[in-house]
Design a protein around this ligand. Structure first.
Ligand SMILES: [Cu+2]
Length: 186
């Protein structure tokens, strides 16, 4: 190989290296923790925080503090619950998390509102709302948006007790994080 060609080859190698570095995916993924709490022997149970705003790509980790809980997306695949997560998002159900410290996590990549509940405590108002990026999708619509839609005839509406416990989209967008208030925890 002539000296001139060797220099060219070296130049291409350096160019390739630079491209490789620039094309590397970001290594850091941010993780947000949501605690699953309980008080008064299970008479009160809630997600803490109950509402949160995160950028797309955030990993949400639900962790049991006390009692038995699930983190379950409002989605028809989960016992015919109404669709209240983005259409393109993958639904989830943690199943029962029974021990303190037990955890379940999901990385949320699709923008929109995600409403979810705890199966044993839904009627005690144990629900949560995550907004990824912007407040769009079915979760941003009123709870009864599917009324009269024959394709959604089998969906079980969100119970009143749960509806009352959701933080508003406005409150989440304003503060980025909403704690459940009005619960005595001692
Ligand atoms: Cu629960």
């Amino acid at each position: 190989m002539k000296r001139r060609d060797m220099l060219r080859a070296g130049g291409r190698m350096l160019a390739g290296l630079a491209t490789g570095l620039a094309g590397m995916p970001a290594l850091a993924t941010s993780v947000v923790e949501i605690h699953m709490r309980s008080a008064d022997l299970g008479a009160h149970a809630w997600f803490d925080p109950v509402g949160i705003l995160v950028p797309a790509g955030t990993t949400v980790r639900w962790i049991v503090d006390a009692d038995v809980h699930t983190a379950t997306a409002y989605h028809p695949i989960n016992d015919d619950r109404p669709l209240r997560i983005p259409e393109a998002a993958e639904p989830w159900d943690s199943d029962y998390l029974v021990n303190p410290g037990d955890a379940f996590e999901r990385t949320l990549t699709v923008e929109g509102v995600y409403d979810y509940f705890c199966a044993p405590h839904e009627l005690a108002g144990m629900v949560g709302r995550i907004i990824v990026g912007r407040p769009t999708g079915p979760g941003a619509l009123p709870f009864d948006y599917f009324t009269g839609d024959t394709a959604a005839a089998a969906w079980i509406p969100v119970p009143q007790e749960a509806r009352a416990a959701f933080p508003s989209i406005e409150a989440i967008m304003e503060t980025g994080r909403v704690e459940r208030s009005g619960i005595a925890v001692d």
